[in-house]
Design a protein around this ligand. Structure first.
Ligand code: C2E
Ligand code: CA
Length: 432
C-alpha cells in the first residue's frame, strides 16, 4: 500500500515524502510482474537566476507551469513528484528497454524547454536529467535516487537540456571529479593557478599581435591537470566564477607589467558559459577592474562561446553591449559551430571571431574540409569581423589562411602556449 499522498503547496504535485513509498511500491510491482520502470531526476537549470528575474511569486508561478507541463506529458500510469525546489522526479512504468524511457525523457525535456512568459518576462527554461532503469540499475528505493543523482551530476556539465543514463562506471567518474574539485579548491585557496600565453600572429606580416591566456592547474602530486579535465568540474560547481575572476585580475597584472617593459599586446581571456550566464557577477568583476589602477580594458579581448550567445540572443546582446561600454573588446570563440545564428551574430557588437581548430582537421589533405574552412573564413570576412583561425600546425595550412585573407592565427606552427614568466623573453627573441 502506498502512504496517503502529501502534496507540495506550490506545484500541487506529490512531494518528496511520497516519492519513497511510490518507489517501494514500484519495486514490488516490478518484482511481481517481472516488468521495468524508468526514473527521471529532472533539474530546472538556474532556478535561482529565474527567481531573481521574476521575484519569489513569479518563481512559484514558473514552478507551477513546469509541474503542469510535466503532468500533461505523462501517461496515466506514470507519476511526477516535486522532489526539491528545483528538482522533479518522474517514475515511468511499463518500460521495456532504454529506447522506451528515452522517448519519455525526450518528450519531457522538449516540453519543459518551451519558452514561457512570467510577469511579462520571457523565460527560456532548460533542464538537466539523470536517468535510471529499474531494476537493471538499482534494487532499492534509496539506491535508485542515489543513482539518479549521480547520473544528473554527470549530465549537468554537458550544458542545457542534457541528460545522462546511470551505469556503474559513473560512480568512479564522480569520485575522480571529487578529487579534481578538491584540487581546484586547494589551488584557489593558495592562489596557485598559472596562466600560459599563446601568441596570436598577424597572417600578413607574421608579427605577434596578441596573446590568448589559458589557465593551468597542478594536482596535489604536482601533475598538470588539463583545462578540459578541470574546467567542466569547475563549471559544474560554479567554482569557475572564482577562477574566472582570478584570470581577469591576473591578466590585468600581466598587462601592467608588460607596459613597464615596453610590451604592448592585447590579451584574450576565455569567458566560461557559466560566467556569462552569471552576467551580473561578471559585470561587477569587470567594473571593479576598470575602476582600479592600471585599467587595461581596451587591451583585453573577452572570448565568449558562440553557443552561449545563440542560446538567448536578446540577453547575450544586452550583456555584450554593457561589457563593450566598459571598453573591453569581444570575440566569438568556436565560430562556425552554430550556423543557424549567422544573421543574429551580424548584429552583435563583436570585434573578432575565432574559428575552432577542428575546422583545420585534414586541411589541406582533404578537399572538402579545406573548402569548408575557406568558406567559414570568407563568411566571417564578409560580415566585417576580424577573423582568427585556431590550431595552425603547418606551413601549408598557413598558406591557405593567407590566401583567403584570414587576419590572425594561433597554433603550434608558431608556438605552444608559453609559461607566463618565459613569455617576455620569447617575445623579444621572436623573429618573423
Ligand atoms: P580554446 O579556447 O579553444 O583554447 C585553445 C586550445 O587549443 C588550448 O588548449 C591550446 O593549447 C590548444 N591549441 C592551440 N594551438 C594548437 C595547435 O596548433 N594544435 C592543437 N592540437 N592544439 C592547439 P587548452 O589550453 O588545453 O585549453 C582548452 C580549453 O580550455 C580552451 O579552449 C578553453 O575553452 C578552456 N580554457 C582554457 N583556459 C581557460 C580559462 O582561463 N577560462 C575558461 N573559462 N576556459 C579556459
Ligand atoms: Ca579561446
Amino acid at each position: 500500500m502506498i502512504d496517503p499522498i502529501q502534496y507540495d503547496p506550490i506545484t500541487g504535485l506529490p512531494d518528496r515524502a511520497y516519492l519513497w513509498s511510490l518507489l517501494k511500491d514500484t519495486l514490488i510491482q516490478i518484482r511481481r510482474n517481472a516488468s521495468s520502470s524508468g526514473v527521471l531526476l529532472i533539474e530546472i537549470n538556474d532556478l535561482h537566476g529565474i527567481g531573481e528575474l521574476v521575484g519569489e511569486g513569479g518563481k512559484g508561478e514558473f514552478l507551477q507551469l513546469m509541474a503542469s507541463r510535466l503532468k500533461n506529458c505523462l501517461w496515466d500510469l506514470d507519476s511526477a513528484v516535486h522532489f526539491e525546489d528545483n528538482k522533479f522526479v518522474i517514475v515511468a512504468n511499463s518500460i521495456q528497454k532504454q529506447e522506451d524511457i528515452h522517448i519519455v525523457m525526450t518528450k519531457v525535456r522538449d516540453y519543459l524547454a518551451l519558452d514561457c512568459e512570467i510577469g511579462g518576462i520571457k523565460i527560456s527554461p532548460s533542464t538537466s536529467i539523470g536517468i535510471v532503469l529499474v531494476p537493471t540499475d538499482s534494487v532499492e528505493a534509496d539506491e535508485i535516487m542515489t543513482s539518479a543523482s549521480t547520473a544528473l551530476q554527470m549530465a549537468k556539465p554537458k550544458g542545457d537540456d542534457s541528460f545522462c543514463y546511470f551505469n556503474q562506471d559513473l560512480g568512479e567518474r564522480i569520485a575522480e571529479q571529487e578529487v579534481i574539485k578538491a584540487s581546484i579548491l586547494e589551488t584557489l585557496a593558495t592562489e596557485s593557478f598559472v596562466l600560459v600565453l599563446q601568441p596570436k600572429i598577424d597572417t600578413k606580416t607574421r608579427a605577434i599581435c596578441g596573446v590568448e591566456a589559458l589557465v593551468r592547474m597542478r594536482d596535489s602530486e604536482g601533475n598538470i591537470v588539463t583545462p578540459d579535465e578541470f574546467i567542466p568540474v569547475a563549471e559544474n560547481s560554479n567554482l569557475i566564477l572564482k577562477i574566472g575572476d582570478w584570470v581577469l585580475a591576473k591578466t590585468q597584472a600581466i598587462s601592467a607589467e608588460w607596459k613597464a617593459q615596453g610590451i604592448d599586446l592585447p590579451i584574450s581571456v576565455n569567458i566560461s558559459d557559466v560566467q556569462f550566464k552569471n552576467g551580473a557577477s561578471l559585470l561587477s568583476t569587470l567594473h571593479d577592474l576598470t575602476a582600479s589602477d592600471g585599467n587595461n580594458a581596451d587591451n583585453v579581448i573577452l572570448e565568449i562561446s558562440e553557443n552561449i550567445i545563440t542560446h538567448d540572443v536578446a540577453l547575450a546582446s544586452a550583456l555584450m553591449s554593457e561589457i563593450k561600454s566598459y571598453g573591453y573588446k569581444l570575440s566569438i570563440d568556436g565560430f562556425g559551430s552554430g550556423f543557424s545564428s549567422l544573421s543574429v551574430l551580424r548584429d552583435l557588437k563583436v570585434d573578432e571571431i575565432k574559428i575552432d581548430r577542428h575546422f583545420l582537421n585534414d586541411v589541406p589533405a582533404d578537399e572538402k574540409s579545406t573548402a569548408i574552412l575557406k568558406s567559414i573564413i570568407m563568411l566571417g570576412k564578409s560580415m566585417d569581423f576580424r577573423v582568427v583561425v585556431m590550431g595552425v600546425e603547418s606551413e601549408e595550412q598557413f598558406e591557405i589562411l593567407k590566401e583567403h585573407n584570414c587576419d590572425e592565427f594561433q597554433g603550434f606552427l608558431i608556438s605552444e602556449p608559453i609559461e607566463e614568466e618565459n613569455f617576455a623573453n620569447w617575445y623579444k627573441n621572436y623573429k618573423v
